[in-house]
Design a protein around this ligand. Structure first.
Ligand code: DQA
Length: 143
């Protein structure tokens, strides 16, 4: 069975409570459940992780090369700031997809620039929790 990892960045542990007009009422636990269900349907083994620490996220990205067949990442605010995440993503040869719950291109100017997106195969954003489902379907086709 192919193995994928979904990596969630800072503050995503507060989904469901945090800025619900933008991010909706689903918690990260809710999103984990629908992601597990989708992976079960597609015969994928899922690791679903979250960290507020840039260094831990980099370690998860590095693990992908050896331990997983593909990676889906919501880098959250590090999307707009982290060259370190970009370099880590570029170092990985496995299929990689960046996702966002909100449409970052319809928001503040400082969110319109994704530093990390040039290190991935494609981006899915703006579909709420369904961004995760669409990304799982997309990675299935890439691995
Ligand atoms: C986000 C968008 C980012 O700009 C923001 O910093 C987040 C969440 C999203 O999923 O819409 O924390 O990645």
């Amino acid at each position: 069975m192919k193995k994928i990892i979904i990596i969630n960045g800072p503050n995503l542990n507060l989904l469901g409570i945090r800025e619900t007009k933008i991010y909706g009422k689903s918690s990260l636990e809710d999103i984990k459940k629908i992601s597990i269900n989708k992976c079960n349907d597609l015969n994928l083994n899922l690791s679903f992780v979250q960290s507020n620490s840039e260094s831990e996220i980099i370690d998860y990205i590095h693990k992908t090369e050896k331990d997983f067949d593909g990676l889906i990442i919501n880098p959250a605010a590090y999307t707009h700031t982290s060259l370190a995440l970009l370099d880590a993503l570029k170092a990985i040869s496995k299929p990689k997809i960046e996702i966002h719950i909100s449409n970052i291109y319809s928001r503040e100017e400082y969110r319109k620039k994704s530093l990390t997106s040039s290190g991935v195969d494609g981006i899915i954003c703006g579909f709420g929790p369904n961004s995760y489902i669409l990304a799982i379907e997309a990675i299935k086709r890439l691995i």
